[in-house]
Ligand binder design. Structure first.
Ligand SMILES: *Cc1c(COP(=O)(O)O)cnc(C)c1O
Length: 395
């Protein structure tokens, strides 16, 4: 039987996925599960979603032929410019979709968790746009480390609640958000920021981000006379920009997919976020997937120079792509990513997010043929990372 790369009716990709949540959360998830597909396919919903993607986010984002980069690596490189989305990354595709969905479900309030603050900003932005109150849970330590994003969220009108338990980071913020949702089941929607969490979130987020690959097909047909590239390359934290860039190519087995994780200081250094390569099967945030854990099942603290990639798990779709070998998983170190980010800046005049720099670093490590078409998903812009680039390169 051919592999399927889409979710089955029980909420699984192969053996990964499901919904491992406390009993008290079941009604919230059941409501979402029963209604999300119908709402996503509703004509009025689609009209409103597409209108905002076009006029507010600025879609379709360009598929840009990177001439100097292509010359350097002797292949045909296109960059999908998600960095040009309003707020500077792909995350807003998901938050707009989920906020419109929440409205259709009759919800009056939005909550979200955030680590580095990017998902929090994308959520606060859309809540301001739609006019819904917004509460963002964030680890107290992350609030210190990501002060500019905290300021952005406040300016956008969101309430930030510091998670002060445990390691005071993303995992603790997630626990607090879940607690809030349990206490406010009928009027609140919880926006998860990547293709992670219990069913139906991974599928919901993948569908909303699928706009990326839908556009690539149309744009490539125009530019190259064919819809399918030879390769699609994207970085993976939780996996949403990669899921979006891969989505409409999953069943096109001739299109090779490369998923890029953060090797941090090296795969064997003990300081990395190379989840698929180092991880094994376990449950994180309500989903059965691959995650980095010790022998007794304690989740390992991940590390990457890029705040958006240091997540100890990976979405169940990606665990399935890894296990079935549909996608090739690579791990890129901090140093190689930083070099690739500097190179893109100076060859093409585009300063990428450090997350994205990991995907760009694949060009140094893989050989592509002259005539092959390689699409790299440029998930975000580098403004937020300027201080990290400055410290690293001593500018
Ligand atoms: C958040 C983020 C990522 C990582 O998240 P995914 O869900 O894996 O896409 C990657 N790039 C940028 C620019 C981000 O902001």
């Amino acid at each position: 039987m051919k592999n399927s790369y889409h979710i089955n009716e029980k909420g699984y990709y192969g053996e990964f996925g499901g919904a491992f949540v406390p009993e008290m959360l079941q009604p919230n998830l059941a409501e979402l599960k029963e209604q999300y597909l119908e709402i996503l396919q509703d004509k009025k919903f689609q009209e409103e979603f597409q209108d905002l993607l076009q006029h507010y986010v600025g879609r379709p984002t360009p598929l840009y032929y990177a001439k100097r980069l292509s010359e350097k690596y002797k292949t045909q490189i296109y960059l999908k410019r998600e960095d040009l989305c309003h707020t500077g990354a792909h995350k807003i595709n998901n938050t707009i979709g989920q906020t419109l969905l929440a409205k259709r479900l009759g919800k009056k309030r939005i909550i979200a968790e955030t680590g580095a603050g990017q998902h929090g900003v994308a959520t606060a932005t859309v809540c301001a746009l739609i006019g819904l109150p917004c509460v963002i849970y964030m680890g107290a330590i992350d609030m210190e480390r990501q002060a500019p994003n905290v300021a952005r969220m406040k300016m956008l009108g969101a309430t930030i609640i510091a998670a002060t338990s445990g390691s005071k980071t993303l995992k603790d913020a997630t626990n607090e958000a879940i607690r809030d949702w349990i206490q406010n089941p009928s009027d609140t929607h919880y926006i998860i920021g990547s293709v992670v969490g219990p069913h139906p979130y991974p599928d919901l987020v993948a569908r909303l981000q699928g706009v990326i690959s839908k556009e690539i097909k149309v744009q490539l047909l125009k530019a190259e006379g064919k819809e399918n590239p030879d390769y699609v390359i994207a970085c993976v934290g939780g996996g949403s920009n990669a899921a979006g860039a891969f989505y409409h190519f999953l069943e096109e087995e001739k299109v090779k997919l490369i998923a890029v994780e953060a090797a941090g200081k090296g795969i064997d250094s003990g300081e990395s976020a190379a989840t698929s390569i180092l991880g094994n099967i376990g449950i994180i945030h309500g989903s059965k997937t691959l995650l980095m854990q010790s022998k007794d099942g304690q989740i390992t603290e991940p590390y990457s120079i890029s705040a958006g990639l240091d997540y100890p798990g990976v979405g169940p779709l990606h665990a399935h792509l890894y296990q079935t070998k549909r996608a090739d998983f690579m791990a890129i170190t901090d140093d190689d990513a930083m070099k690739a980010g500097l190179q893109l800046s100076q060859l093409e005049g585009i300063i990428p997010a450090i997350e994205t720099s990991h995907a760009l670093a694949v060009l140094e490590q893989r050989k592509f043929k002259k005539e092959e078409v390689v699409v790299i998903n440029l998930s975000g812009r580098g403004d937020k990372d300027l201080q990290t680039y400055i410290d690293y390169f001593n500018f």
